[in-house]
Design a protein around this ligand. Sequence first.
Ligand code: SAH
Length: 386
Amino acid sequence: MSVPSSASQVRPGDETRPLPLQMAPRRRGKPPRHFADLSADERVASVIEAGEKPFRAKQLATHYFTHFTSDPDEMTDLPAATRAALAETMFPQLIRPTKVMEADGGTTVKTLWHLFDDAKVESVLMRYPNRTTLCVSSQAGCGMACPFCATGQLGLTRNLSTAEILEQVRAAFRALDRGEIPGGPARLNNLVFMGMGEPLANYKAIMETVRALVAPQPDGLGMSARNITVSTVGLVPAMRKLADEGIPVTLALSLHAPDDDLRSELVPINTRWSVDETIDAARHYYEVTGRRVSIEYALIKDMNDHGWRADLLGKKLNARGKGWVHVNPIPLNPTPGSIWTASDREVEDEFVARLRGQGIPTTIRDTRGSDIDGACGQLAAEEDDE
Ligand code: SAH
């Protein structure tokens, strides 16, 4: 990966020269329309348009969402003569795995996907003793320009379509179902929008994705909304809109600093919506949905890990009530080119202790996959082929 020189020069205490925020994508081409992009009614309409009987829509949905397949050879309940053509129309190949990396004895798997226009994204599947979690990408690259995040250094190539996101999920369900991940056949329990991209900047597609994730099989994947986490830099109007959707997904807010001066440097969108406005929107989400919000806080040595910042964070959260929020500090995963590093262990412990001391539930997030650059903030699929 080539890292812009401004990123490699960023140092704690230095004057930083951040990348500009990028709200509009560089590319506008749309991927082909796919079955997973369609509502239930549209699925029926497109099957009819393809010259088939309406009930075929349900058969296709069952293949896709219950058996995780789009391969006509596996669709033996469809007429042999038209099966291949129908599958080709309904399930154009949108994502192609070009590199698979494993860690933790094969229970952490990072996949690099090439999209129809050669844009690239990554997803990471993590299997734990009693649960499975997939981290998906919602955009190719990201326009939010956070200087400590590998994806943030790429800029935004384009939004993913609903089906491009759902295809990452289907691949994970399929691998688990077919017993390809050590530990025997399993289901996917948790999904986090913590791969590449800012999910709330691709609002329509991620909401359609969420609807398909929670719809019961065979119309969707039958996941539980509370096991789906949407992580955001804090796009305040979109956070408020999300609260009104009536789907109680878990909201994670990437705060990283409790004061505007530092947060504007670490999370540049803070220049548009301040720390207080952002925390208010998180609190609003809790009030409307009853879902406890997670605050993400990457601990960066000598940057944002001071005791007084833990105290200020606790104070700002408690000022808005008790029991509505918990904090997930994450030791910084160093990214290529940046000399920022994770906080020392004692500093991390002190940070956690101060938050807990104020009565705020605080748990350190694990950094699984860091050795294959698959941990939070490390996803940086290269833009161009070398
Ligand atoms: N754009 C969304 C989701 C993608 S990143 C967001 O920012 O929330 C998922 C999480 O990883 C975010 O909390 C992000 O701030 C964090 N992260 C980014 N770079 C990181 C790094 N180098 N080390 C640790 N966490 C990082």
